[in-house]
Write a new protein. Structure first.
Lengths: 230, 681, 321
């Protein structure tokens, strides 16, 4: 009794590789969520970026949409090299590179993450039925990456890890765009890329300001800035 | 003919039980009556019930009947079908073993302040109640039998009532049993209000609207779940089971919880009939939470019987997982797989009845011999009570779901059913079902840890107190009861295929779908779906284990001559440089599970207290060390206490009516009367 | 479906099992040899484990004063269970009659039974170390076993079977299919195998350092032939896990029927793959330090999470209807 229709094994090897990488992107999201060390978080973010670069290149090969190679190059430059480098440098100058930003209830968060993935899958099911692309299964993954990053934003206390979460959310969107619709128009892509760049720089400036004003990068401390008298 | 024989045997069983009840009332302080009359009568009643059930289980038709008792327009309907027969067999096995065990065990109460006659009477009534529950065929009779079962077991829990803790536990039990009964009554009420009759036949004929069916299912789940020990309404179970006499704990845990499962299966698969897969998801979630929660709390217990009680919660969870799979597959349109899930659940009910009775009887033997509840005072009992140790070991292996014993077969079947989830249409379900299986796997592994702890601390190592050091083996009746159950644990672990064949017939009566593939390859191989998909051969595994034991025997014989010349040397174990080993150097139960306590910490409410007094001369040398650990059930804090507060607050509000003034009370009566008259008019 | 009661088939089963048992000390000797070379030490002979076992068997048994029957029976049961488990895993040929006896879940159950007795034997004498080892072993296994079963579930969902031979056959048919689920299952299984066999970074098989040991703490009180059996069982367990990983993920070359040529190819293939796997293990054990005991649950939780993601990626990516 064969339980399911084995359509998967009839895909081409490139398509299988794309899906495998998609799963690895998901794993990197889980790892980002579970990782508590600042430096490791940044490295994982770079790794996720690298996986995205490979996926993009493979999709470009598979669909012969060669403009995607530009996107891949841009991603490589920005998310694998520049942003991690910038974040590492800032963290080092702030002296928090080796700090821990541990989760309060890692077990609960990971269970919630698992549930989120299943939820994304059920949400994405109707979309997949209408999509034409062979890599449509990746939509659920991209949605999951976005939501997991948001979960990371919620559960983290340090500004710097939150920034990584924010960037990773953008990774999820980018991944969805590449796999489902063969990339966004070049103009949009460039714009987003510059946004990321500017955001990274602006966040960097903010880190120093936050630290100067409240002497910590713990965002929970920002509560003290409230103007309401208790 | 066979129909007649099952009817006759059932009647004989009831007759013997009534005789036992009668004899108990006359027993007074005469000990011989209890040993030689009441318990044997109960034992033969159990045997008759088992035979009656066996006749039906082997494929003969059951019986229908009405008793001209009760209210004139509501005769009591009796019916024996496959499902009733299966559970009647469980009751029979439990009755036989507990009446074998009883005579030796109750010697403890001879000189105590508690009347033995009461124990015999209530035990007989309890068994009568359980047997009637599984035979009842109308809602009215069912509820009477159910109440008989609940109330008589209340007296059994409260038997040693001089200790306030026991009275409290018994009251909690009675309270929750009554709430559960009300919920079941409401569930039946839905049927009765649509059908207008109280017989189960009429209930079966009704097609409830989905919303009403769901309400009936929910009420039934909660009501029967309360009796079965489902999370979070299990609170009475770890309180009541430890305080009852041990052979009664064995009956309650091994058999009565199964009667609750019977009620739930009867309600869901037979009376409601049309199943929805969403109920299956609910059951899966409830089941896995119950199982995981039960085993985690069992791990933390240091009272032997309390540990066993929490482990019952775990096993009920596993049964609910099986039932959930059954409902889910049937609801999704795969009745064959649904039947497989139901078979797995029933098989686990059987397994649990066997090994949990065995373990409670073993715990009773230990309790009687050592007068200790606390594992922290035990140790080394394998040398004092070798037979009990052997049987208890078999119980521990079975409950940890290890081959070749019975617990493994039932969990294996559950896994196999869960793995068929790839067939389901809905992707979400395909993901949820294997995750449940993973929870089950975690539960199984934790259960093994729990029972290594139990066995290792109680039976192995060195005795931790004087009384334990001088413990003796129980009486032969007590050993026979345990040996019988241990043998059955092995038997049902090996004869998986024939048992599944019988269960398949039972289940086919409910779902209408036979699982013929499971036993298509003879009694040696169990193949739930197809041979190339999965197969398990208990006999072969047993053969392997026997070979290993034979190898031991061969080595032993070979070395016999050598040994005569030069016996095996024994020496003291190394005491780490502190001289000889002392019992205090051993790991305690708390220490054993400390790593797990650290990992799953948020599950419990843990209160730790460390005391450390340092010597005045040498600051680094402690003179006194103390460690106190309290594990509290979180459901008390999050569910029961808020509910209690709410009830108390509302009671206080209602209490305002009680002014103490006679004229006010007269006014209430007057107003009530007027309002009622107005309503009638 | 094969004929279960054909005596000729059973001869193969016995031969294969015997080969397995004979191979086990060699495999662990090979890993030790490689580790010594990698760590700039002079390696012992590859046959040293055999010599050790023989020496232990010849020695007399010394029991603790209060050792019980369970303590004396446990080595036989543990060794027996492990041999039984090994006999189920296809080494050279598929579709042995014994593979119908036990599927992968039973395999996990057999290992669990062996571990159950191992942990009890550790507690029997009542030393502090024994209890400590048992407690840790059960904790590790309580987390490793579900991860292992999760891997098994993923694989059996892919192949629609829990039967080992069918699983391997499915792997042979789909050699060129790259599945994310299988990839994650492989990583998770390797992590579980490391934990279950008490290898670095979870436990160090070469240490008797009291505060870090797990497996060794339980067998401290054993001597003579009992110890020999315990050692053989743990070597056999390691080999079984190695062969299991090879069978499930790299099955190329395994014989599907009992022909001389097929068997020859299978023997060469399994020898090459085992030595490579041993090399990887030795490299890993040399490069990685043992982790703190409190980190082990995290390690195992990771393997569980990986196995679960593997299962989810099968459901999401590979099995859409």
């Amino acid at each position: 009794m064969s339980g399911f229709l084995d359509t998967y094994s009839h895909l081409t090897l490139t398509e299988q590789a794309i899906l495998t990488l998609a799963a690895m992107v998901l794993v990197s999201s889980f790892a980002l969520l579970a990782q508590s060390r600042v430096v490791a978080t940044i490295r994982l973010f770079a790794l996720q970026g690298f996986l995205l670069v490979v996926v993009t290149a493979l999709v470009a090969l598979d669909t012969r949409e060669y403009h995607l190679f530009y996107s891949a190059g841009l991603t490589l430059l920005l998310k694998v090299w520049f942003v991690p480098w910038l974040l590492t440098r800032q963290a080092r100058r702030l002296g928090i590179l080796r700090d821990l930003d541990s989760l309060l209830r890692p077990g609960v968060v990971l269970i919630a993450a698992g549930a989120l993935v299943i939820f994304c899958y059920s949400v994405a099911l109707p979309i997949q039925r209408f999509a034409e692309s062979i890599t449509r299964d990746a939509i659920a993954i991209s949605l999951a990456v976005v939501l997991l990053s948001m979960l990371m934003l919620i559960t983290r206390r340090k500004a710097i890890t939150q920034v990584v979460g924010f960037m990773s959310m953008e990774n999820g969107l980018f991944f969805g765009a590449v796999t489902a619709t063969q990339g966004m128009p070049m103009v949009v892509e460039l714009g987003v890329a510059f946004d990321v760049l500017i955001a990274a720089v602006v966040f960097g400036v903010f880190f120093f300001h936050i630290r100067d004003s409240i002497e910590s990068l713990d965002v929970d401390m920002l509560n003290q800035l409230t103007e309401v008298d208790e | 003919m066979s129909e007649f024989s099952s009817t006759l045997l059932t009647a004989v069983s009831f007759g013997l039980l009534f005789a036992a009840a009668l004899a108990s009332m006359l027993v007074g302080r005469r000990r011989l009556w209890i040993t030689w009359l009441v318990f044997p009568l109960m034992g033969f009643a159990g045997l008759a019930a088992l035979l009656a059930a066996g006749v039906v289980l082997l494929g003969n038709p059951g019986f229908n009947g009405t008793l001209p008792l009760g209210l004139p327009w509501l005769p009591w309907h009796l019916r024996m079908d496959g499902l009733s027969a299966f559970f009647l067999a469980l009751i029979g096995i439990g009755t036989i073993t507990s009446s074998l065990f009883g005579p030796g065990y109750v010697r403890e109460y001879l000189r105590g302040p508690y009347p033995l006659g009461l124990l015999g009477l209530m035990t007989s009534l309890f068994i009568i109640g359980m047997q009637l529950v599984v035979l009842a065929d109308d809602a009215f009779f069912f509820m009477i039998a159910w109440e008989l079962m609940s109330v008589s077991s209340y007296f059994l829990v409260a038997y040693q009532h001089h200790q306030p803790a026991n009275r409290r536990a018994a009251f909690l039990y009675l309270l929750m049993a009554q709430i559960g009964a009300v919920l079941i009554l409401l569930s039946f009420g839905i049927f009765a209000s649509f059908g207008g009759a109280f017989t189960f036949d009429a209930f079966r004929a009704i097609q409830l609207a989905p919303i009403w069916a769901s309400v009936a299912f929910g009420l039934g789940l909660l009501g029967f779940g309360m009796k079965a020990g489902m999370f979070p309404v299990h609170a009475w179970l770890p309180e009541a089971h430890p305080v009852a006499p041990s052979h009664i704990s064995a009956l309650m845990s091994g058999v009565m919880l199964k009667v609750a499962i019977y009620g739930f299966v009867r309600l869901t698969f037979d009376l409601i009939g049309t199943l929805y897969w969403s109920w299956g998801v609910v059951l899966l979630i409830v089941g896995s939470v119950t199982a995981l929660f039960g085993v985690l709390y069992a791990l933390m217990q240091n009272d032997v019987k309390r540990l066993l009680a929490y482990s019952s919660v775990e096993n009920i969870g596993i049964i609910f997982i099986g039932l959930g799979l059954a409902v889910l597959f049937i609801g999704a349109g795969y009745p064959k797989l649904g039947s497989l899930g139901l078979i797995a659940a029933l098989y686990h009910a059987l397994s649990h009845a066997l090994f949990k009775s065995l373990l409670f009887l073993g715990a009773g033997t230990i309790l009687q011999q050592t007068h200790e509840h606390d594992m922290g005072k035990m140790g080394g009992l394998i040398r004092r009570m070798p037979w009990t140790a052997l049987f208890f070991l078999i119980g521990c292996i079975s409950i940890s779901a290890l081959p070749p014993f019975t617990g493994f077969v039932s969990e294996w079947l559950t896994f196999q059913t869960a793995l068929q989830a790839t067939i389901l249409e809905s992707g979400v379900l395909r993901a949820v079902v294997p995750i449940t299986a993973a929870m089950l796997a975690l539960t199984g592994a934790l259960a093994a840890t729990c029972f290594v702890k139990l066995y290792g601390i109680v039976f192995l190592g060195q005795p931790r107190s004087r009384r334990v050091k001088h413990a003796r083996e129980g009486t032969s009746g007590m050993l026979w009861a345990q040996g019988l159950l241990a043998g059955l644990c092995l038997l049902f672990g090996i004869l998986g295929a024939p048992t599944v064949a019988i269960l398949s017939r039972v289940v086919a009566g409910l779902t209408g779908s036979h699982v013929t593939s499971a036993t298509a390859h003879g009694w040696l191989w169990l193949t739930p779906v197809a041979p190339e998909v999965a197969s398990y051969s208990g006999p072969m595994v047993l053969f392997g284990v026997t070979l290993a034991l034979l190898a031991w025997g061969a080595v032993y014989l070979l070395l016999c001559k050598h040994r005569r010349l030069k016996p095996i040397q024994r020496g003291p174990a190394w005491g780490c440089g502190f001289g000889r080993l002392t019992p205090n150097m051993q790991y305690t139960g708390t220490a054993f599970v400390m790593p797990i306590q650290q990992i799953f910490r948020p599950v419990w409410r843990v209160q730790e207290e460390q005391q450390r007094e340092l010597s005045t001369e040498l600051r680094s040398h402690p003179t006194q060390l103390g460690y106190q650990l309290q594990i509290e059930d979180i459901t008390w804090r999050w569910l029961y206490q808020p509910v209690m507060k709410l009830i108390q607050a509302s009671a206080r509000k209602v209490g305002l009516l009680q002014t103490g003034n006679l004229r006010h009370y007269l006014t209430y009566s007057f107003v009530t009367l007027v309002v009622l008259l107005w309503l009638i008019s | 479906m094969v004929d279960f009661l054909n005596p000729a088939d059973w001869v193969f089963v016995w031969l294969q099992t015997a080969l397995f048992v004979l191979l086990a000390p060699l495999f662990s000797g090979w890993i030790k040899w490689l580790k010594c070379l990698l760590q700039n030490r002079r390696p012992p002979s590859l046959l040293q484990p055999y010599r050790d076992l023989l020496r232990l068997v010849r020695k007399d048994v010394l029991l603790a004063d209060n050792a019980s029957v369970l303590f004396r029976g446990a080595p036989y049961i543990i060794c027996g269970c492990t041999v039984l488990a090994a006999s189920v895993v296809p080494l050279l040929i598929l579709h042995q009659p014994i593979s119908a006896m036990a599927d992968v879940i039973v395999l996990v159950g057999l290992f669990a039974l062996a571990r159950f007795f191992l942990a009890l034997a550790g507690m029997d004498v009542g030393t502090a170390f024994g209890g400590m080892g048992s407690s840790r072993e059960m904790t590790v296994s309580a987390l490793a076993e579900p991860a292992m079963l999760m891997v098994v579930f993923t694989l059996s969902m892919v192949a629609s079977s829990t039967n080992l031979s069918t699983l391997v056959e499915h792997g042979l048919q789909q050699q060129s299919v790259l599945r994310p689920s299988i990839l994650f299952a492989l990583i998770a299984l390797i992590m579980v195998a490391i934990a279950e066999n008490a290898r670095i970074p979870v436990d160090n098989p070469a240490t008797h350092l009291e505060l870090t040991m797990i497996h060794e703490a339980m067998i401290l009180e054993y001597s003579g032939r009992h110890l020999a059996m315990m050692e053989l069982a743990s070597q056999l367990k390691l080999t079984t896990y190695a062969v299991l990983i090879i069978d499930l993920f790299f099955p190329w070359g395994i014989a599907q029927s009992a022909s001389a040529a097929g068997l020859g190819v299978a023997a060469v293939a399994i020898a090459v793959k085992l030595s490579l796997l041993g090399l990887l293990l030795a490299l890993g054990e040399t490069a990685v330090a043992k982790m703190r005991l409190f980190k082990v649950p995290t390690f195992l939780a990771m393997s569980f999470a990986l196995a679960m993601i593997g299962m989810l990626s099968f459901v999401i990516l590979e099995s859409s209807k």
